[in-house]
Design a protein around this ligand. Sequence first.
Ligand code: NAD
Ligand code: ZN
Ligand code: ZN
Length: 235
Amino acid sequence: ARKGKTPEEVVKRYLQKVRSPPEEDCTICMEALPGPSGYKGPGVGGIQRAESVGRLAQCGHQYHLQCLVAMYNNGNKDGSLQCPTCKTIYGVKTGNQPPGKMEYHVIPHSLPGHPDCKTIRIIYNIPPGIQGPEHPNSGKPFTARGFPRHCYLPDSEKGRKVLRLLLVAWDRRLIFSVGTSSTTGESDTVIWNEVHHKTEFGSNLTGHGYPDPGHLDNVLEELKAQGITEEECLP
Ligand code: NAD
Ligand code: ZN
Ligand code: ZN
């Protein structure tokens, strides 16, 4: 969704003008900031002067405007921008997770390492389909293996917090993506995005199970990298 704005307008919303750029390289194109953008790809030619430089308002990192517009055009164009240096997110980041269902319920069993509480089971279900313009191969089918996928969290205060944030991540289409599975090598298939889930219940034979004392904190960090924090979601 372009929200009625051109890519250049979206990018400029998060930028301050830089009149005399420092003698440093733009880390997107590796050319000097005071010179023209080295980006030669399609889609940005003629939109703006190749010499324009902008400073991202919150983190202060500077890039050629044309390089930021090119980066934005390579993404899913959801109105948000992520600084490629420090990962600060401008706007609300969304992903390209295909349509499906997320459900959860509490089961009366404890996970290894969490003997004092019950367990939240999340069930994700995504059917195969046809890729959209936000996917790697628009118009081509994608497969969906191993669904429904069952995932587990301790039903503790921190586990419930992770669940709340995962529900936000689901709405923003950030739990799964379409691409090449690093496990099976299959392309054009539904894969986990950058937020780790535990799919094994009573043991940890796969590395995707319990006990794993750092798991909830790791997931909270991974959610934060996607722009999802409790402060932001539940003010
Ligand atoms: P992937 O292999 O591209 O890996 C993406 C991320 O998911 C990586 O961080 C990886 O560490 C993690 N990951 C890999 N296998 C996982 C697992 N079993 N549980 C939790 N996290 C896992 O991702 P993918 O292709 O989506 O998943 C790998 C394979 O696991 C797929 O072939 C899928 O069919 C299978 N799987 C099956 C079930 C099931 O219930 N049968 C559940 C989950 C995954
Ligand atoms: Zn540049
Ligand atoms: Zn930055």
